[in-house]
Design a protein around this ligand. Structure first.
Ligand code: NAD
Length: 481
């Protein structure tokens, strides 16, 4: 286990030696501690990233790509160790955590290849002997601020793209899950990364996160987290007109039409509503089912949901572990109470199960609420927990209007066999990602980003790489005509 921060290639304690505890969500009890970084540590990490940028930006792109590929191989080789540690501090089942680490290794290799494909352009001129070149250059030292729900994968999106582009990073790791993130970064640096190319800090966001952003040398902020904190991060970027990408909260609508394959819609709904205990920015929050199949869908969805086994994520049999934080359990409970008070019907769940041996953990049962409406928090706010609201609709236009009636616009899901319905909805839905007859809107090689208050900018795909590159036009009069 790594319990130190990484600054300028050295694993260090906080300058003032302060620490904070990391808890096991199965018990709510602390099992490790990491440095509580302060202003001096943040400054040292920014200085190290600035120094390393001078040579990293000039390192041949193929050499950078080779290091990223080696890093991917080392991460893959050690995915069991990183994944099991993630399960311990985040709560998700170990196998799911190990799959996340595998995806992170794949992302590092994907961006190694994508970095080698930054070609630029040659543009002809109306003046003889003259031409224009468009070239891309690394933007500079960057900040990566990430949350705890996918503590390795969300970091990998930023590390892969930034390093391939020639940028260096100061990473502010999530306080709930710093251990797997530190271990992931250790295996990346073991590939032979020069000191200072990645720096990793642990501590409070409003202290070290803010300090990193106060430093004008940081040229881009890559933030993934809540919309509320995203607004603060963005405000910190305005003074220096810093570029930023904001991957923020969501309230994902799923539209279930009467002509769909109802079994696959119900299986998909159970998976995408409750995986990782609903602690996913693209977890399904709201389901709109066409009135003719409303009750039938509810009963199939209930059946699939009740098959999910909750338990210790490390023992290999559970589909769902505990929630990461006690506050998460409180938030989901509050959304459920609000909905029931306003007339929603409880279909399943609604309470915390007792898991023998882990009675003090952050448990909650997957919960379905029917007959909901938009006055209820479950339908209008991000729950970020294992609860979903369902309501009927009568027309395609009504379904789309309900789906769009949200401040968020991260992703949406449609289940239908009708091509015209797909065409209408895919165009009309106000979301950066739309999944049709599947529940996986994100893939490594396609752009992923939000609309409205779900943010802006992209990760994944070439778009994710170009977030870390400046465009330069060079107009050359060469003569020789
Ligand atoms: P959060 O916003 O509380 O924290 C995110 C990160 O920001 C943490 O590392 C935190 O320490 C840091 N931070 C907090 N205050 C800060 C400040 N003032 N300045 C700088 N940094 C600060 O979010 P969370 O609870 O960790 O994560 C859950 C949220 O993340 C949900 O809203 C979820 O939808 C969102 N999320 C979005 C995506 C996406 O791709 N759009 C992906 C995953 C999670």
């Amino acid at each position: 286990m790594i319990t130190k921060m990484l600054i300028g290639g050295n694993w260090v304690n906080a300058a003032d030696n302060k620490t904070f505890e990391v808890s096991d969500p199965r018990t709510g009890l602390p099992f490790a501690s990491v440095p509580l970084g302060g202003i001096r540590d943040a400054d040292a990490a920014v200085d190290a990233a600035c120094l390393a940028f001078k040579s990293w930006a000039k390192t041949n792109v193929f050499a950078r790509a080779a290091l990223l590929r080696d890093a991917g191989a080392l991460v893959e080789k050690n995915k069991q160790e990183i994944g099991r540690l993630m399960s311990r501090e985040q709560g998700k089942p170990a196998q799911e955590a190990i799959t996340e680490v595998q995806k992170a290794a794949d992302i590092l290799r994907y961006y190694a290849a994508e970095g080698e494909r930054v070609y630029g352009r040659i543009i002809p001129s109306d003046e003889s002997g003259t031409f224009s070149m468009v070239v891309y250059q690394p933007i500079g030292p960057c900040a990566a601020i990430t949350p705890w729900n996918y503590p390795v994968e969300l970091l990998a999106w930023k590390i892969g793209a930034a390093l391939a582009a020639g940028c260096t990073l100061v990473c502010k790791l999530p306080s709930e899950t710093p251990l797997c993130a530190l271990l992931f970064i250790k295996y990346i640096t073991d590939a032979g990364l020069p000191g200072g190319v990645i720096n990793a800090l642990t501590g409070e966001g409003k202290v070290i996160g803010q300090r990193i952003l106060e430093r004008k040398e940081i040229r881009k902020a890559a933030f993934t987290g809540s919309t509320a904190v995203g607004k603060d991060v963005l405000a910190s970027c305005t003074e220096s007109l810093r570029r930023s990408s904001m991957e923020l909260g969501g309230s994902l609508p799923m539209l279930v039409f009467k002509d769909c394959d109802l079994d696959s819609a119900a299986i998909g709904a159970a998976r995408r509503s409750f995986k990782n205990m609903g602690q996913i920015c693209i977890a399904i929050n709201r389901i709109y089912a066409e009135r003719e199949i409303y009750e039938q869908f509810l009963s199939r969805f209930k059946e699939e949901t009740e098959k999910l086994i909750i338990g210790d994520g490390l023992d290999g049999t559970a589909d769902l572990g505990p929630m990461c934080k006690k506050q998460g359990v409180e938030a989901v409970t509050a959304h459920i109470s609000d909905a029931i008070e306003k007339g929603a019907r409880l279909i399943t769940g609604g309470k915390a199960p007792v898991i023998p041996g882990f009675e003090s953990g952050n448990w909650f049962s997957p919960t379905i609420l029917a007959d909901t409406d938009h006055s209820m928090k479950i339908m209008s706010e991000e729950t970020f927990g294992p609860a979903v609201g369902v309501m009927p609709f009568d027309s395609m236009e009504e379904a789309v209007n309900l789906a769009n009636d949200s401040i968020y616009g991260l992703a949406a899901i449609i289940y239908t066999q009708n091509l015209a319905t797909v065409n209408y909805c895919a165009q009309a839905l106000e979301a950066g990602n739309v999944a049709v007859n599947n529940v996986d809107a994100g893939t490594i090689n396609a752009p992923y980003g939000g609309w409205k208050q779900s943010g802006f900018g992209h990760e994944h795909g070439p778009e994710g790489l170009y977030e870390y590159l400046n465009v330069k036009h060079v107009r050359i009069h060469a003569g020789g005509e």
